[in-house]
Design a protein. Structure first.
Length: 643
């Protein structure tokens, strides 16, 4: 017993460290970090299924924003750990152990089954309750208040079932929000279901009765089909799965017309590798060589130069999923989002080269169409380069005249430090012009609503003054000729009023960037500025005013306390209500401002939303709105706006 309590204290000090510096373990304490707790727990069930145990995973969001994850695997080990004389399950939830300590199988797992995830989640929860069905028994253990053992491991009865049920409730003193987002969890589970074919994922939301089920018989093939569902396809999805030197490689791809973008999504052990790595490099090398070799061997290039990789990837959607043993798993980069394992490059490039070459040989008609499409891309690329060089030699082109008209440029030529504010309305534009830092900040005001560009041809887009100006201002081309490395701005910041018109303008601009300057978003250059909602202030008897700004209700309460008795509150309805000094201080100056970076977390969900909400098919949109918008809430909102 003495031993037991000594090590118990040691364990808890580890969890106290997590509570002290939560961001070190989960990235942040905002909504992102909150959901990270769910992924940490779900990943364990995913790994168990990946190893062949259990084919159903259920996630339930409860009314009190606690959450339950349930699987039908072998159940977390509950036997006594020899050194510590504690049940293994208790150790798993209370130590920041390295993964693999509690299981000796060298299986392939995502974060490593029982990495630190479960104890970190426990440390950041007000309770964490675990029931395990295993070896004919129902086990139960419970922790409270950041991982303190509340109910030691007990046997509740007998069972024939097997599996694990974990319920936890994130601690609201740690997180800035503890409200789970249904769509975000649904997206994550759907993504897991694509990667783990033939496993059923179920999501229930007891707060409003929402439900979803994700099950894919054909995994990645269906993933690609769904991403491309609204596009003009060229041929079917090509896919394969093969294991070489202990590396499982699964790839699905399909080409589309009328889309300049390449969508390559890669995973290693079920974790999205957002910065790519050796597997993506291998894929690109392999497919480039397969297409070029085919073209050359069949005399399709007719003496012209070889196709470049980018020509071959235009309009390509590909999903790559690798599973590697722990022993050769290497991640690189600051956020560990990049695969470093060298063998992966060779394996993937050889596999895609061999398999795709064979596919081309077997599907001659498709192959000829593909090469023709790649050559069109190549010709467009060469023509664009030529046009750019010519434009450079001419003195004052038409574009520059358009530019000088509206844009207030930045003085600096350090493009990566420069910021372009695209501002709603001439009046706010004027304020922003006065409030900017002229060295690095440029202002481009918009008049009225921009066009919805989603279904327009490039010709039509270029005829539109507003977008022609945006394209010329950014200076990096557009559509298939867009080259993010030539952008004149490190940050493109959309600044609108915080109302429905402002939100509409944001979606119209983001639709344009998504379709025609995709890498601006994927490389993290697009932001939305968030102006404050309130100003809290007081003027004392000497006429001196003190003030603070609030972006949400928590800020507002803090602000009231800070200003003290006699405070006044004004609610900002638009940018136009602010002076240039206020706009600078609250929304433009990097010292105080709040920017939201636009990212693509789930490519399928973004593709669907752009297609449905911005596309031509109004019946589809109507259906979606009926299913996804609570019109009671909308009515309430309209009331609020009226008053
Ligand atoms: F992370 C966690 F602990 F919170 C958690 C673990 C949460 C959930 C919802 C599920 C799980 C989990 C763990 N599901 N299945 C397992 N399996 C094991 O822990 C397990 C079972 C048997 C053996 C064995 O070698 O016999 C090994 C392991 C790791």
């Amino acid at each position: 017993m003495e031993n037991y309590s000594a090590s118990n204290i040691e364990l808890l000090s580890g969890l106290a460290g997590v509570r002290k510096r939560p961001a070190m373990y989960i990235g942040s304490t905002n909504s992102y970090g909150l959901h990270h707790l769910v992924w940490e727990i779900v990943d364990n069930s995913v790994d168990e299924a990946l190893n062949g145990f259990g084919n159903k995973i259920t996630v339930t969001i409860h009314k009190d924003n606690s959450i339950t994850v349930q699987d039908e695997g072998r159940g977390i080990p509950c036997d006594i750990h020899k050194q510590t004389k504690m049940p293994a399950i208790q150790l798993i939830f209370s130590t920041l152990h390295s993964g693999g300590k509690f299981n000796d199988s060298a299986y392939k797992s995502s974060a490593g089954l029982h990495g630190v995830g479960s104890s970190v989640t426990n440390a950041l929860s007000v309770f964490c309750d675990i029931t395990v069905y295993k070896d004919g028994k129902i086990y139960h253990i419970r922790f409270e208040n950041g991982g303190n053992l509340k109910v030691p491991l007990e046997v509740l009865g007998n069972t024939t079932k097997h599996g694990t049920v974990v319920t936890f409730k994130p601690d609201s003193t740690i997180f800035s929000t503890t409200e789970f987002n249904y769509d975000r969890i649904a997206d994550h589970l759907r993504e897991s279901a694509f990667l783990l074919k033939k496993v059923r994922f179920i999501l229930n939301d007891e707060r409003n009765g929402n439900k979803d089920e994700f099950y894919y018989e054909n995994g990645l093939k269906e993933y690609v089909e769904e991403i491309n569902q609204n596009k003009t396809k060229m041929g079917d999805v090509f896919d394969f799965e093969e294991t070489v030197s202990e590396i499982d490689c699964e790839i699905a791809l399909q080409y589309c017309y009328n889309d300049y973008n390449e969508t390559i999504r890669s995973y290693v052990n079920n974790v999205h590798t957002k910065d790519g790595g050796t597997h993506e490099v291998g894929f690109k090398i392999g497919i480039t060589k397969a297409v070029n070799d085919y073209a050359e061997n069949n005399n399709l290039l007719r003496g012209k130069s070889k196709l470049e990789g980018s020509d071959i990837r235009e309009g390509l959607t590909a999903v790559i999923s690798l599973r590697l043993p722990e022993s050769i798993l290497e991640f690189e980069g600051q956020t560990k989002g990049k695969l470093g394992t060298q063998q992966a490059q060779t394996v993937v490039s050889n596999l895609i080269y061999t398999k795709f070459s064979y596919y081309l040989a077997e599907n001659k008609e498709f192959a000829v169409r593909l090469i023709k499409k790649c050559q069109d891309s190549m010709n467009a690329r060469i023509a664009a380069r030529k046009a750019k060089e010519e434009a450079r030699t001419k003195k004052k082109s038409k574009e520059q005249i358009i530019l000088s008209d509206k844009l207030t440029p930045a003085q600096s030529k350090e493009y990566d430090k420069n910021e372009l504010f695209i501002v709603e309305g001439d009046s706010a534009g004027g304020t922003a012009k006065k409030g900017r830092n002229p060295k690095y900040q440029a202002i481009l005001p918009l008049r009225g609503k921009p066009l919805n560009t989603d279904s327009l041809t490039m010709e039509k887009i270029l005829q539109n003054q507003e977008f022609a100006t945006i394209i010329n201002t950014i200076g990096a081309g557009v559509g298939q000729n867009f080259d993010v490395s030539e952008s004149h701005y490190g940050k493109i910041i959309i600044m609108t009023d915080a109302d429905t018109d402002g939100a509409h303008i944001q979606t119209l601009l983001l639709t344009f960037f998504y379709n025609n300057m995709r890498s601006l978003i994927t490389e993290g250059h697009v932001y939305v500025a968030v102006p404050p909602l309130y100003r809290i202030y007081k003027t004392d008897s000497k006429g001196k005013t003190t003030e603070v700004y609030a972006w949400n209700d928590t800020d507002l309460e803090e602000g009231k306390k800070k200003i003290g008795a006699g405070y006044k509150i004004s609610r900002y309805k638009g940018l136009g209500e602010m002076s240039d000094k206020q706009l600078k201080e609250t929304t433009m100056d990097p010292k105080n401002r709040l920017l939201v970076q636009i990212k693509i977390d789930d490519p399928l969900s973004v593709e669907n939303k752009v297609a449905i909400l911005m596309g031509k098919d109004s019946d589809k949109r109507k259906k979606w709105l009926e299913q996804n918008v609570d019109f009671n809430e909308v009515d309430k909102f309209i009331e609020e706006v009226k008053h």
